[in-house]
Each structure stands twice: as C-alpha cells, then as structure tokens.
Ligand binder design. Structure first.
Ligand SMILES: *[C@@H]1O[C@H](CO)[C@@H](O)[C@H](O)[C@H]1NC(C)=O
Ligand SMILES: *[C@@H]1O[C@H](CO)[C@@H](O)[C@H](O)[C@H]1NC(C)=O
Ligand SMILES: *[C@@H]1O[C@H](CO)[C@@H](O)[C@H](O)[C@H]1NC(C)=O
Length: 320
C-alpha cells in the first residue's frame, strides 16, 4: 500500500513536469518560448500586461485574454531538445552547454550591444540600415533592434528571478514565431519571460531600406512601439500598457542571433555594419545626450568577433 502510494506520488511529479516540448517551441527575441505563450496581433493593437497575463485589444475592439505562461524558456534549440529528452524536467535557467560540457558551437543570444541606464526614459527614437542578405542561409535567425527594458537582463544570461520585459522595433532575417524566412522582415515586439510575448504583423522589407524605430511613452504606464520602413513607407506598430511596471530605464542598440555557426551566416563585407543613427533619447520629456556603454553580458566570445562601437551619443555601429 505504502509502495503504491509512493509510486502514485512519483507518477504525479512526472506528469506535472512532462511538458510537451520540442516541436511546440518557437523563437522570439528572448530565446525559445512555448507556442502557447506567444501571440501575433493586428497592427495598431494594444497589449495590457497584468499579474494574470496579457489582454490583447485589437483595433476593431476585439478583446482576447491570454493567461500567464508557466512554460520555461530556452536559449537555443539544443536546450529545448535536451529538456524534451529529460522529460521536460529541465528548467529555463541554462547556459549554452553542449553534450561534451563545452560551450555550444552555434551562437545564440546577444552578440554585441551598447546600453545605458537612462532613468525616467519617456522616448527613445533611432534609425538603422538594413544590410545585404547573409552570404549563406541555413535557417539561422538574425535580429537587430533598438530596445527598452525594465532590467538589464541579456540572453543567454541565466533567467532573472524578477519580472522582465522589453519593447523593441526589430529587423529580422530568418524565421521566428512571427514568421519570416530567407529575407528581411520588420515587426514591433513586446517580449516577457513568463507573462507572454506579442508581435505586430511582420512586414517584408529589403536590403538598403532605412528603418525608423519609435518607442514613446504615451501614458503613465503605456508605450507606443512603431517600426517604420521609411524607404517603403510602411509601418507595423503596437501599444503596450504595463500595470505592473511603470519604468523602462534601460536603453539598447543590439545585434542578436540564433543558430548561427559560421561567419558566412552574416552578411559579407562591406555589408557587415549596422549603423544605429539619429539616436534620440528623451528623459523626463527632455532630449538628453545618451551616455553609451559597451555591453559585455551577451554571448562571450561573440560569433566572428562581432563588436559594438560608440561613434557619438547619437551614433553606434555594430560590426560583425
Ligand atoms: C545596396 O546598396 C549598395 C550600395 O549602393 C548596392 O551596391 C547594392 O546593390 C544595394 N543592394 C540592393 C539589394 O539593392
Ligand atoms: C513617435 O510616436 C509618438 C507617439 O505616437 C508620436 O507622437 C511621435 O510623433 C512619433 N515620433 C516621430 C518622430 O515620428
Ligand atoms: C517621468 O517624466 C514624465 C514626463 O516629464 C513625468 O510626468 C513623470 O512624473 C516622470 N516620472 C518620474 C518617476 O520621475
């Protein structure tokens, strides 16, 4: 009898941790998240974050509620597969370690970036270029963006214990949960760990286009995020309201990648430079000179010696 009870208890634990993993995981700009935690919305939608999860308000008034998500997140597809092989019992707090105990050979996470804790940020605007396509395409994903976060957490660092979120206009090459493939795309994202992730419609863009990213506080707890392709005159935007978090002090310019394993997975020189320019930081409503620092918490060493260079408060290059 006792033995049977013990077996039952074991069974209950196994059932509780046996998450349906591998095939249900999709890529976001904060790593791999369960497909039930990530949501696309029409352009112009509003996203409201609360303790319970997300409320998605479409421009036509449709309201959709999404519960808080309890699935772990992962830094690489290898981690997803390892967790699946372990019956889903592996938590999200993993670094990039391969089967031999060495650092994984594919690059996953932030490669090069600049950052600043700018305090009461009320807007962060910036322009960036779209480079040529990668030399070789093998299903890898390149993201780059300007972004605002509540805390200074960077993938592939260990997952933070406190709530995390980022708002970001994102250029993307390759696939993500929002779609994409062997071409450049653009979308506005609101990404959390555990509360849910939302993207605006992915629009197809071209090499040499100029992108303008607009993150502007529109209320005490609300942010407007717009990704505008100025060459095509097309935008994809969302508004986010966070009842929990009123500040978004950390500002970034970032190159992030997933499943890249060689330098030719990047665009070739002379298209190996992202130039973030006309950077405009507003603190307490005032245009303020940024004081960039080179970030060092991304993947170390980065693939192909990717590096950020501060040209001035309004211009940053990332070379790869
Ligand atoms: C991008 O601009 C460069 C320099 O003007 C040019 O050589 C290249 O062909 C352009 N690429 C595309 C895809 O238009
Ligand atoms: C950025 O977005 C805000 C909020 O919608 C808007 O008021 C502002 O004009 C935009 N800035 C630019 C330069 O487009
Ligand atoms: C941040 O700046 C806005 C705009 O100037 C101001 O209304 C708000 O009170 C400031 N918040 C804090 C915490 O200083």
């Amino acid at each position: 009898m006792l033995r049977a009870l013990g077996l039952l208890a074991l069974f209950a634990v196994a059932a509780a941790t046996a998450l349906p993993l591998s095939s249900d995981y999709v890529l976001t700009p904060a790593g791999y998240q369960h497909s039930s935690c990530v949501h696309g919305v029409p352009a112009g939608s509003e996203v409201v974050r609360s303790d319970e999860g997300l409320t998605l308000i479409h421009p036509d008034g449709t309201i959709i509620r999404k519960d808080k998500c309890s699935y772990p997140t992962f830094n690489s597809m290898r981690e997803v597969k390892q967790a699946a092989a372990a019956g889903g019992a592996v938590g999200g707090n993993r670094v990039l370690i391969n089967d031999d105990g060495n650092v994984e050979e594919t690059a996953n996470g932030w490669q090069a970036y600049t950052k600043q804790n700018a305090g009461n940020v009320t807007a962060y605007l910036g322009t960036f270029n779209i480079p040529a396509a990668p030399q070789d395409y093998n299903g890898q994903t390149i993201f780059f963006f300007t972004g605002l976060q509540n805390i200074d957490w960077v993938p592939p660092q260990t997952r933070p214990s406190e709530g995390f979120d980022i708002i970001q206009p994102v250029a993307q090459y390759g696939p993500s949960s929002a779609g994409g493939g062997n071409y450049w795309t653009l979308s506005s994202w609101y990404v959390t760990l555990g509360t849910g992730t939302v993207w605006s419609p992915l629009i197809r863009i071209n090499a040499n286009d100029t992108i303008f990213g607009n993150m502007t506080r529109t209320g005490p707890e609300s942010w407007y995020i717009n990704s505008l392709d100025q060459t095509l005159n097309q935008k994809t935007d969302i508004t986010v309201t966070k009842s929990l978090l009123t500040t978004q002090p950390w500002i970034y310019n970032t190159l992030e990648v997933y499943e890249l394993s060689k330098c030719t997975h990047f665009p070739a020189a002379p298209n190996n430079v992202l130039n973030f320019r006309n950077l405009a930081l507003y603190v307490s409503g005032q245009l303020t000179s940024a004081n960039w620092q080179i970030g060092t918490d991304g993947q170390n060493p980065p693939l192909c010696s990717a590096v950020a260079k501060i040209n001035s408060p309004v211009s940053v290059d990332i070379v790869f």
